[in-house]
Design a protein around this ligand. Sequence first.
Ligand SMILES: [Fe+2]
Length: 403
Amino acid sequence: MVNVQFIANRLRMPDSLPVHRFDVPAIVLTGGGSRHQVGKVAQEMGAKRVLLITDPGVREMGIADGIKTNLTEAGCDVRIFDDVQPDPTDRNVSAGESALKEHAADLVVAVGGGSPIDTAKVVAVRPANPSPLKDYIGLHKIKNPGIPLVAIPTTAGTGSEATKVAVITDTSREIKMMMLSAPLLPRVAIVDFELSVSMPKGLTAAVGVDTLTHGMEAYVSKKRNLMTDPLALSCVRLVGNHLKRAWTNGDDRYAREGMMIAACHGGMAFSNSSVCLVHGMSRPIGAVFHLPHGLSNALLLPTVTEYSWQSAPDRYAEIARALGCADADTKEADACGALVEYLEELNRYLELPRLSQWRGVSKGLFDRQVEKMAADAIASGSPDNNPRIPSQEEIVELYRKAW
Ligand SMILES: [Fe+2]
C-alpha cells in the first residue's frame, strides 16, 4: 500500500531551501530593425505622452530623432531630454524629473548606453518615490512602481535594459549610488544590434569586458541560482565567441548581434544574482578618477579573478571552458590559471590601458584615495557576494596590484 504521508514528505521542499526572485522585462524584442517597433509597443501600452531620455552623443547620431519619429507616427506627443552625462549624476536625475513633470509623460523611453538608461530608470520612479536619492541606495529600497519604461540600448553593453539596477553619482559625496529595486526594471527592452554597429573600438572593448564581468560575477556570486546560471554562462560563451570579432571588425553584424544578446543575458543574470568584488571595487575608481565603468572593470578583472578563484575553482573552471580557454578534461586549477591568462591577454588584445596609463590619473592621487576607495568598495556590499571576501587591507592590495 502506498504510504501517502511518506510521498508527501518527500515532495515537500525543506524549509531551509532558499527562495530566489527573478525579475526580467515583460517583453524583450530582439533582432536588426526591432527599434522600428517602438511606436507599436507604445500604442499597445496605451501611451500618449512620451519623455524620450537620451544623451547628446546619441542624439547627434540621429538615433533619438529616429525613435521620436516612430513614436510620433504612432500618435504620441514626444519630448526629448538629453541632459545626461557619462556616469550620470543626481543633477541629471533632477533635471529629468522636471522634464517628466512639465511634459506630464505617461511613458518613458530611454535610448543610449547605460547612462541614459540608468537615468531614465530613476527619473521614471521619482514621482512615486520622492525621498532624497540617498534613501534608495542598496537593495529593494524603492517600493512604488513608476511610470512604465521602454529601454533601447545602443551599446553592448551594460545590460541595463534588462536589469533592476541603476548607478547614479552623488556629486556632493563623490560616490556612486547603487540602487537595486524591482520598480527600476524596464517594462520593455528593445535589443536592436544595428544600433551598436557604429560603436568605436574603445567603447566596444570597455563595454564588452563589462558584459563579460557581468556574466562571470553572476556565475560565481553567492546569490547565484538555477535561474541565473544558464544566462550567466550564455553571456560568457557569447563574449568568448564574439567580442574580439566585434572589436576587430565593427561591421561584423553577426558578432555585434552576439555581443548585444550577451549583454542582455548578462544583465538578466546579474540583476537577479548580484555582481561581486570587481564591481564593488570598480565603482570607487569611476567615482574618483572618472574612468568609464567598463574600463575600470576591465583593469580589475584579471587581478580579482586571480585572487578569487581558489574559493570556487569549479565555477571559474566552467567559465574558462565557456570562454574556450580550457577543455572539459582540463584540471580545475589549470583551467583557472588559463582563465587569468586569458583575461590579461584579452585586455592587451583590446588595447585596454591599466589604471596607471589612463589620462589624468596620478600616482599621488591614487595613493591619497586608495584607502577611501577600499572603504567605499566594502560599503557598497558587492564584495560580500564574492566567493572569497576580502578585508579592507586586501582590497587596498588588490587596487595596488591592478595599478
Ligand atoms: Fe557593469
